[in-house]
Design a protein around this ligand. Structure first.
Ligand code: NDP
Length: 458
């Protein structure tokens, strides 16, 4: 008779948790349960990447209808219906949730609906009922963080923004990270008056400075009101007799009125109340589970992956971590995730694709040459839209290795994904140059840039 009820209990059925449970059960034949107290699919599928991308697609049509006129189309009278988009998005999420249930079922994973709590290194209590297990995997993800200011209860987060009953006429978005920039682009394209309040001097701290500047300028040119080096100090509801909405008091703006306030001020690991510290697991800053390179916590039988560990908070990284943990536990040799050269995208208007080091990071450790190109995409020669794309390569002068590839412009996430493979292979600038371009594309610019920036602009 087995010593434990399960070989593995996974707490959290988001991207990482589902992948790990599925692999442990289907690939390694283990007895696995996954515990979830909300919808299967987690942040990415239910409250993040997927619904956000559907809204980004929806928003892009606003410009596409305008651009079409330069190509001979006329008399288009587009009418946008926000509730219809939200309903279609929600139906797609229901479909995906069914797919997740089916995948788990077919893999032989027990899905347990409830709230899991670690009772001891080999026991998970689910709504008070103990289940024993050889290993526990914490994959509880993260949750939006909002600063504690007067009136913060009137603000929403991205969770609610994805299900708004109607499109706001005016919205203030606080934060300058991925989520703030992406939602600002969506609401602006769909016709809302968008104010973005950023505490730093620019959006997207941590990205290459040229990328940040180009996107900032494009966002402002598209009509987004950017308030940098600014803070919201308090929020007050306005009387409904006066039309409702809210007034904001900010550092440098005496008062601003708006219909909706959204905070996108980062996310925190979802680890409170899980019984982790009581079981001997160490938690770090903001409650992140501290793990080693194999995602093992301070307790031998407990592992943690994804946003709960606050390492690289991206879905594909959580998937990698989930597979690495199952390979470590049940395969022949321990597997550590390689965190170098992870490509990422911001689905802003226009989007960003990025892999490798920013110029600022590269300069801290290398002598570098910079290749940069700024151009009007071919689409806009006839559309007349005053939008520019930017591409940038950062090259190690000593080894000729390409250290960073960055792009702002249409399709950049799709384009940069391919270049991420090249960087993973250690491609040199000479190899980029020896690659024949596909013409006419924007992507070919990455293999035809010959002129490095003069040293003083470097
Ligand atoms: P980010 O950490 O990217 O950005 C948070 C922003 O809020 C920063 O501009 C930060 O400023 C600001 N901020 C933090 N605290 C405060 C405060 N108290 N008052 C005012 N501003 C504040 O978080 P997001 O919420 O945008 O996204 C969370 C995570 O989700 C990201 O880190 C990313 O990993 C993931 N994500 C990825 C996406 C993608 O891959 N396309 C899309 C969406 C999310 P400062 O820079 O000064 O700290």
């Amino acid at each position: 008779m087995a010593r434990y009820d399960y070989d593995l209990i996974v707490i959290g059925a988001g991207s990482g948790g589902v992948r790990a449970s599925r692999f442990a059960a289907a690939e390694y034949g283990k007895r696995v349960a996954v515990v979830e107290n909300s919808r299967v699919g987690g942040t990415c599928v239910m409250r993040g990447c997927v619904p956000k991308k559907l809204l980004v697609y929806g928003a892009h049509f606003a410009e596409a209808f305008e651009d079409a006129q330069g190509y001979g189309w006329s008399d288009a009278q587009p009418n946008f219906d926000w509730p219809k988009l939200i309903a279609a998005k929600s139906a797609e999420l229901n479909r995906l949730e069914d797919v997740y249930h089916r995948i788990l079922r077919e893999s032989g994973v027990d899905e347990i609906n409830g709230t899991g709590k670690v009772a001891d290194p080999h026991t998970v209590e689910i709504d008070g009922k103990p289940h024993t297990t050889e290993h526990i995997l914490v994959a509880t993800g993260g949750w939006p963080f909002m600063p504690d200011i007067p009136g913060i209860e009137h603000a929403i987060t991205s969770n609610e923004a994805l299900d708004l009953p109607e499109l706001p006429k005016r919205i203030v978005i606080v934060g300058g990270g991925y989520i703030a920039v992406e939602f600002a682009g969506v609401f602006n394209a769909l016709g809302a008056d968008v104010h973005l309040v950023v505490r730093g001097d620019n959006i997207l701290r941590g990205f290459d400075n040229a990328v940040r500047n180009v996107l900032r300028d494009e966002m402002v040119a598209k009509g987004i009101h950017l308030h940098c080096e600014n803070h919201v100090n308090s929020i007050e509801p306005l009387p409904s007799a006066a039309g409702g909405g809210f007034s904001l008091h900010m550092d440098q703006v005496e008062m601003m009125e708006t219909d909706l306030i959204m905070y996108a001020t980062g996310r925190r690991p979802n680890t409170a109340g899980l019984g982790l510290e009581e079981a001997g697991v160490e938690l770090g800053r903001n409650g992140a589970v501290i793990v080693d390179e194999y995602s093992k916590t301070a307790v031998d039988s407990i592992y943690a992956i994804g946003d709960a560990t606050d390492r690289v908070n991206l879905t594909p990284v959580a998937l990698e971590e989930g597979m690495a943990v199952t390979a470590t536990l049940y395969g022949d040799t321990p597997v550590a995730v390689d965190y170098s050269n992870i490509a990422s995208a911001v689905f802003s208007h226009p989007p960003i694709g990025s892999v490798g080091l920013s110029e600022e990071e590269a300069r801290a450790a290398h002598d570098v040459d910079i290749y940069m190109s700024r151009f009007k995409p071919m689409l806009h020669t006839l559309s007349g839209r005053d939008e520019h794309a930017m591409m940038k390569l950062i090259v190690d002068r000593a080894t000729d290795k390409v250290l960073g590839v960055h792009m702002v412009g249409a399709d950049s996430p799709e384009i940069v994904q391919g270049f991420a493979v090249a960087l993973k292979c250690g491609a040199t600038k000479a190899q980029f140059d020896a690659t024949v371009g596909i013409h006419p594309t924007a992507a070919e610019e990455f293999v035809t840039m010959r002129q490095k920036l003069p040293e003083h602009e470097n």
